[in-house]
Design a protein around this ligand. Structure first.
Ligand code: SF4
Length: 361
């Protein structure tokens, strides 16, 4: 690449054209949207610090251990000039609706984002392909790709990049697509022109606050992670506090309730990513079938899935709670007692005992 070409690329017209090209390539690669954020995440940083000061992060120490790097992109990756933010829809709209699974106590409700292949792998591959496309067009440039994998404020970045607004449930919302999507980022040393920040469209709605089974959305934009079923079933490696077990119902991995009730999700479109198709009937699984999995089966059936990261013991713990909440009979009691005779982990046994107690009254 000659100096002249580099000069052209970095001119105002050059970076505008490059931004348009990047968007076109992103769509070709299967992303639904792309925008550019500048590096000023100070507002999001203030919010994060207040959230952590209230201890709402629970045991998620990674939310603050990187200090200001999380909201100062140029501190994390020196030389960063702009951030490319991308959206990838994941919902399979043809499945039995999550709402119906919640009403079937013999089934397990798995958050819809986790039914298929691990999104980290899918998105990372696409982000790298996009970076390579840019490289082919302009020559070597500085970049790092991220997807929920480093201290990156991806929702705040996406909001600044115009991809949507942060709703009262703290997820990103798009007025044409709802909220069932993943985000990915490319930090780059290219001075791409930033987009306008998205505007806010929750209005006076508070459906997500009212629907949360554990009252985790303590105020608009304020999610107490320690109460959130996603946190309790995924991030939390210890016991599930007694006060939340009944409210968990049959939610065995994550919770979609705040998104399920959001009016904007009527605009959800079917994903175009085959890798997000459900594996092993995880869209409507029988609790007893899942509970019967050995550790070897768990590892084999969750290979390449985000579920694998919680480990077998947390998996059994979550299902035990759901079985305690089921309207099951002898079959459920037998399965709980049988598993209790096999596992040696105290935490899992305590949850099985709790589940068995629910059948004594
Ligand atoms: S349910 Fe209502 S308040 Fe909550 S994110 Fe959706 S629009 Fe906003």
């Amino acid at each position: 690449m000659t100096q002249k070409t580099q000069t052209e690329i970095h001119s105002k017209a050059g970076v505008s054209q490059l931004k348009a090209d990047i968007k076109a390539w992103a769509i070709e690669l299967g992303f639904q949207d792309m925008g550019i954020s500048d590096l000023d995440l100070s507002e999001a940083g203030d919010y994060l610090n207040q959230w952590v000061a209230k201890q709402y992060h629970g045991d998620m120490d990674y939310m603050h251990k990187h200090g200001s790097k999380r909201y100062t992109p140029e501190e994390m990756i020196p030389g960063t000039m702009s951030i490319i933010s991308l959206r990838l829809d994941y919902m399979n709209t043809g499945l039995t609706p999550y709402r119906e699974i919640l009403e079937q106590s013999d089934k397990g409700a798995v958050s819809r984002y986790a039914l298929g292949r691990d999104y980290h792998k899918v998105i990372r591959k696409k982000l790298k392909q996009l970076a390579q496309k840019i490289e082919q067009a302009i020559g070597a440039f500085g970049y790092r790709v991220f997807t929920d994998s480093a201290p990156v404020m991806e929702k705040a970045i996406a909001e600044k990049a115009g991809l949507g607004w942060i709703g009262k449930h703290s997820n990103l919302l798009n007025s044409k697509a709802g909220s069932y999507f993943f985000l990915g980022e490319i930090y780059t040393d290219l001075p791409l022109p930033p987009d306008e920040k998205a505007t806010f469209h929750c209005g006076s709605c508070r459906k997500c606050l009212d629907a949360c089974p554990t009252d985790a959305i303590v105020a608009p934009f304020q999610v107490d992670g320690r109460r959130c079923i996603s946190y309790l079933t995924i991030e939390n490696h210890g016991e599930i506090p007694l006060e939340f077990r009944k409210a968990m119902g049959n939610r065995i991995y994550g919770c979609d309730d705040c998104q399920m009730v959001c009016p904007w999700n009527k605009f959800t479109e079917n994903t175009r990513v085959e890798d997000f198709a459900p594996r092993h009937d995880l869209d409507a699984p029988d609790l007893l079938v899942l509970f019967a999995w050995t550790e070897a089966e768990f590892l084999q059936k969750t290979e390449g899935s985000p579920i694998r990261r919680i480990g077998y013991l947390a998996w059994l713990r979550n299902i035990a709670v759901a079985l305690g909440n089921a309207e099951g009979g002898k079959e459920v009691i037998d399965a709980l007692q049988a598993k209790k005779g096999i596992v040696s982990n105290e935490m899992v046994i305590e949850h099985i005992d709790w589940a068995l107690m629910q059948y004594q009254f």
